[in-house]
Design a binder for this molecule. Sequence first.
Ligand code: PGA
Length: 263
Amino acid sequence: MRVIIKPDAAAACLTAARMFAKLVHQKPAAVLGLATGGTPVGCYAELIRLHRDEQLDFSRVTTFNLDEYVGLARTHGQSFYAFMFEKFFDHINIDRTRIHLPDGMASDLDAMCEGYEQAIATAGGIDLQLLGIGSDGHIAFNEPGSSLSSRTRVKTLTAETIRDNARFFGDEASVPRLSVTMGVGSILDAKRCILLVTGEKKAAAVRGAIEGPLTSQLTASALQFHRHAVAILDEAAASWLTRRDEYRFAESSMPDTDIWRPS
Ligand code: PGA
């Protein structure tokens, strides 16, 4: 896995945004895999700025989000659907018919999940997938113990994730217990992946993902299987990596927006 370490969270988000912008320039009808959470907000803010100031054109882009809570209406302020419009879609020229998020209110969730996988395949697969990591090492809502070949499905959230996300809901009791999430296998099918992580709280999970053994107990470690995965970290998130200096050395001769270099 390629590892890029930036001085702070803002610089890490900027680097991720530039990679997305470069892809959209090169392939205007790109299929983007998007993520929610506190971490990617800076990345979306920079993409909005590039749209506003430099006419970055999203009109032909298609998007698929990783996950959604089960049982929250799309109008609920904490649904990932609402988050994505507030933080990103409302501020760019995306065609709304090309926006996809799993529907956590579907009456037949299994059929919805299957349809979601089919929609990704019909769109030609995801060109570039943005990922965060949970403090328990999850990617999307693939909690510890998730099958490393899982597809989009209903997944229970761990107590740790519920605690982590309580900050968005005000209290733990209000956090949904179930999600619909792309699987680890669905994520590994993306042509390229960016794992964007900032903050010391994630340092242990980052070490497990990048340097730990491949294990379903820390599903981000499955990215070690991916041929084009890049981790973009700030210093704090990178602070537990034992080979930090090696990653810096490798990067010192590379332009950091070159997303095409194999890992
Ligand atoms: P965060 O969430 O960006 O809000 O920390 C990341 C995740 O849980 O994947």
